[in-house]
Ligand binder design. Structure first.
Ligand SMILES: [Zn+2]
Length: 79
């Protein structure tokens, strides 16, 4: 599966503070993915913070260079 740009799904993850989303029609589970700014590797969530019901800060970690980083929401894709 290739990462998809799906801002509605990402917004829903932030609003529900649930960093995964299960599509009720297909039961497919989506998670956030971003590309590492160093090397373009797919990077997944390392940690996240909540405030009330919403996600505030999501930190990603690159499996190749082990860098941890944050990106703005519009750069987050799902896979
Ligand atoms: Zn990297």
């Amino acid at each position: 599966m290739e990462p998809m740009v799906a801002p509605v799904v990402v917004d829903r993850m932030f609003e529900t503070s649930e960093p995964r989303f299960v599509d009720p029609d297909t039961n497919r589970c989506f998670v956030m993915v971003v590309l590492c700014p160093n090397d373009g590797e797919r990077s997944y969530i390392e940690t996240y913070k909540k405030s009330g019901q919403s996600l505030t800060t999501v930190t990603f970690k690159c499996p190749a260079c082990e860098r941890c980083f944050e990106v703005s929401r519009e750069h987050i894709m799902v896979i």
